[in-house]
Design a protein around this ligand. Structure first.
Ligand code: FAD
Ligand code: 2HG
Ligand code: ZN
Length: 478
């Protein structure tokens, strides 16, 4: 509930300029447009003012002022999320707080293996800071050049290395966040053990900007792997891919770092989009996996060859290309990472970001495909994702001759409910890594129990009783 007596736009601007400076307040439509439209151009809102604070103290004072005057606040990082959570609604009453100026690496501790950064450091910046210190920060997602650590935490980002290193929740040791009333919660400590009660920092992870504005974090660093081996592999079907994963785990110990499934339709789409990139395999197999092994063992390449040979003997592997150089490996990965943008460019993509237990994933894909094609017989089955951790991006794409808007209008609801319903029935999740935002907000009523929803609302009410922080996101209306 926002106050019916909001301050005038002029008073709000004057107050916020006094806190962050006039240069750090944007109000001109051209300056604001990029902040109020989401990455895919599907969600457009408006903001009363976009504020670019320079430090935690400024964030705290902005929040305190907005709290005192009942003004809604939308936190934003790199604005790369896919669920519409980082842009305001169209009422124009919100203040949008973008964290991009909080972009300093605060400390690298190579003895404790921790990296302390402000929330606006991009994921790429954090990975580079780790690399310069001879360490690895292992979160790996295609948007790393733009997304920010604060956004990664607020969405509990996943990506292609979760199988080995976990998602963002597993990679954070300490966190600083400004609460809706302006107070600063700080647990900026690099401890791997701390059992002194509730783990409050984890409340903010995956909270999508509804409980506080994350301003800094202490992240875990890992040793850099001494060797990496990558292969693009044709398999008969998802069941063969699951069996190959089991074989790779058994033969390589802890070395499987990524195991990505790619449908033939997804490969064709991305190769058309990239234009000048050669396919790693001859023809277009029906299904492929991109496997990466990494570790300290120089014989890793041979281990990968052994895995693939054993896979061929077992009838799991139909064809394989092993990266012979770094540039091969980069090309294989580029093909995988660009699938999402290839869909965005084509338009008319129904995104189902589901996870199910690995033991159910092949049957799930078969049945979800059958039900989708019963609704849209000519949909293009762009199916890919982080199979190694059970996460499938099941993203039917409009038939080539149907405009995106028409496809979404006639089939989005039916297909997404069918696919999500199947995932739920398999004890899976209807949002494995992209979060809820506004896109899936009301679906939570179908897929979360009354007890879970009550607990989520109780936490929100305790920290943000006025409901001012990122209103309308994540929590379905009571
Ligand atoms: P934003 O989009 O700005 O915000 C996301 C949410 O977090 C919003 O609700 C916002 O209010 C909140 N928020 C942002 N910053 C803060 C803060 N400092 N404090 C509090 N709340 C905040 N996601 C994956 O999980 N895995 C992938 O593999 C993956 N690949 C992608 C590939 C592409 C090409 C694209 C475009 C996106 C991909 N994403 C992926 C989605 C997206 O990049 C992630 O969700 C990312 O973590 C969002 O970070 P951001 O800084 O852009 O956040
Ligand atoms: C990926 O794995 C991202 O490439 C984006 O999570 C998935 O666009 C998508 O659906
Ligand atoms: Zn993904």
């Amino acid at each position: 509930m926002t106050s019916p007596l909001l301050p005038s736009p002029a008073d709000t601007l004057t107050a916020l300029q006094a806190i962050v400076g006039a240069d750090a307040c944007r109000t001109e439509p051209d300056d604001v447009a990029g902040f109020v439209t989401d990455y895919r151009g599907l969600y457009r809102g408006s903001a009363h003012v976009v504020v670019l604070p320079a430090d935690t103290d400024q964030v705290s004072r902005v929040m305190a002022w907005c709290h005192e005057h009942g003004v809604p606040v939308v936190p934003q990082g790199g604005n790369t999320s896919l669920m519409g959570g980082a842009v305001p609604d169209d009422t124009g009453t919100a203040v949008l707080v973008n964290l991009r100026r909080l972009n300093r690496v605060l400390a690298v501790d190579t003895t404790n293996d921790t990296l302390t950064v402000q929330a606006g450091v991009t994921l790429h910046g954090a990975r580079m800071a780790a690399e310069q210190a001879g360490r690895l920060f292992p979160l790996r997602i295609g948007s790393e050049g733009s997304c920010q650590i604060g956004g990664n935490l607020a969405t509990n980002a996943g990506g292609t290395a979760v199988l080995r290193y976990g998602n963002m929740r597993d990679l954070v040791l300490g966190l600083e966040a400004v609460l809706p009333d302006g107070r600063v919660f700080s647990s900026l400590r690099g401890l791997r053990k701390d059992n002194t009660g509730y783990d409050l920092k984890q409340l903010f992870v995956g909270s999508e900007g509804t409980l506080g504005i994350i301003t800094a974090a202490v992240l875990k660093l890992m040793p850099q792997p001494r060797a990496t081996a990558v292969a693009f592999v044709a398999v008969a079907d998802p069941a063969a891919a699951v069996a190959l994963l089991g074989l790779a785990k058994a033969r390589s110990g802890q070395a499987v770092t990524a195991f990505e499934l790619i449908s033939g339709t997804a490969l064709r789409l991305v190769l058309d989009y990239l234009g000048d990139v050669a396919s790693p395999l001859a023809g277009t197999p029906g299904w492929m996996v991109l496997i990466e092994l990494s570790g300290g063992d120089d014989s890793l390449q041979q281990t990968l060859v052994d895995v693939l040979e054993a896979g061929m003997e077992d009838g799991l592997v139909q064809d394989a290309a092993i990266a012979a150089s770094l540039s091969d490996a980069e090309r294989f990965w580029r093909i995988r990472e660009e699938i999402s943008d290839a869909q965005t460019r084509t338009g008319g993509s129904i995104k189902c970001d589901v996870s199910v237990p690995l033991s159910r994933i092949a049957d799930f894909i078969a049945e979800a495909t059958r039900q989708t094609l019963a609704i849209e017989p000519h949909a293009r089955m762009v199916i890919y994702g982080h199979m190694g951790d059970g996460n499938v991006h099941f993203n039917p794409l409009r038939p080539a001759d149907v405009p995106g808007k028409e496809f979404l209008a006639r089939s989005y609801a039916a297909i997404s409910h069918a696919v999500d319903g199947l995932a739920h029935a398999e004890h899976g999740s209807v949002s494995a890594e992209h979060g809820i935002g506004v896109a899936k907000r009301d679906d939570l009523l179908l897929y979360k129990s009354a007890v879970e929803l009550d607990m989520m609302r109780a936490i929100k009410a305790a920290l943000d009783p006025q409901g001012l922080l990122n209103p309308g996101k994540l929590l379905p209306p009571a």
